[in-house]
Design a protein around this ligand. Structure first.
Ligand SMILES: [Cu+2]
Length: 66
């Protein structure tokens, strides 16, 4: 399934890489695409990912899952 989330705090390609890397830590996630202007992160997930865990990891990296 395709999912789209909104992440606050991304401002450059470094952020794109960092957030992509976090998403890719989750099993079954692929095709992560990030729109910096919108702050949107779109990805495919074979299984539902744990949004609480994702939010925690993003928080640790200095971003916020909205
Ligand atoms: Cu950045």
């Amino acid at each position: 399934m395709q999912e789209t989330i909104t992440v606050k705090g991304m401002s450059c390609q470094h952020c794109v890489k960092a957030v992509s890397a976090i998403l890719n830590e989750f099993a079954g996630v692929s095709e992560v695409a990030i729109d910096l202007t919108l702050g949107s992160v779109t990805f495919k997930a074979e299984v539902a990912i744990d949004l609480q865990s994702l939010g925690h990891k993003l928080d640790e990296a200095g971003y916020e899952l909205v």
